[in-house]
Design a protein. Structure first.
Length: 257
């Protein structure tokens, strides 16, 4: 987990992890928070083990995530946004169970079954465990990519890929990139049924209302990341994991009045 301020979200997230049935160790990299996050992590009132690292400035969040997972010594790594709350105590066990599937390489809680040639996801193919209305069928479904809000992968596989590509900037593109790196190795991406809340911490969008130029610059970074991703994986795009019958059914549903 990488954090920058947003202490209320971080506290709620870590509170929700208390009931997790699968043993785990938490690693947090703090990107220069100034809202009490540093002191909170120093006190750390939770029963599970913590490793924390701090930077004095708010640098590249992808670099912070790479730093975090490389501090682990576990067989599997789970990247989790700090603005989530886990409701299902077996959420981590379900992710790990999915990774025991034949040829499974990446598991998460939100994703899409189709990516266009441009790298954009097709909205009607999204499946997720988001509350209040999860859409993924239990226990899991195959997808083309797993969103970075929560994803689980073996440390060995992540290391062989070279970690997260830091060239994308603030989250933009890293989950699509990691997913297709997994697919390139002949492995599957899965979305698991394990209901959770995602509150949207707005770390990236903070200040947009006061300065519209920040939003325009962010949109430009998003577009640049998509172009970069589409070029890097032109041999895989478009990517669609749906069987033909499901594609036809979805096509008709999208055109129904």
């Amino acid at each position: 987990m990488a954090v920058f301020n947003g202490l209320a979200h971080t506290r709620a997230c870590l509170d929700s992890l208390r009931t997790t049935t699968e043993p785990f160790r938490l690693v947090v990299t703090d990107n220069g928070s100034s809202d009490g996050t540093r002191e909170f992590l120093e006190r750390f009132p939770y029963p599970y083990p913590l490793t924390s690292a701090r930077s004095e400035t708010n640098g590249n969040v992808i670099a912070a995530l790479n730093r975090a997972w490389r501090l682990t010594d576990t067989e599997f790594v789970c990247l989790l946004h700090n603005d989530t709350e886990m409701v299902e105590p077996a959420w981590l066990s379900r992710l790990l169970a999915a990774l025991e599937e034949p040829d499974a390489g990446l598991a998460g809680l939100y994703g899409a079954k189709r990516l266009r040639a441009s790298g954009r996801l097709v909205g009607r193919t999204v499946v997720h465990s988001l509350l209040p209305e999860p859409t993924v069928r239990a226990p899991w479904e195959d997808v083309a990519f797993v969103d970075a809000v929560c994803l689980c992968i073996s440390r060995k596989l992540l290391d062989s890929i070279g970690g997260l590509d830091e060239g994308y900037g603030f989250y933009h593109g890293i989950d699509r990139d990691l997913s297709l790196a997994v697919v390139d190795r002949g492995l599957r991406c899965l979305i698991v049924h394990a209901p959770f809340w995602h509150h949207g911490g707005k770390t990236r969008t903070r200040g947009f209302d006061a300065d519209p130029s920040l939003e325009r610059a962010d949109r430009a970074r998003r577009d640049s990341a998509l172009i970069r991703f589409a070029g890097k994986y032109r041999h895989r795009l478009p990517c669609d994991v749906r069987p033909p019958r499901e594609r036809v059914r979805d096509w008709f549903k999208a055109r129904m009045p």
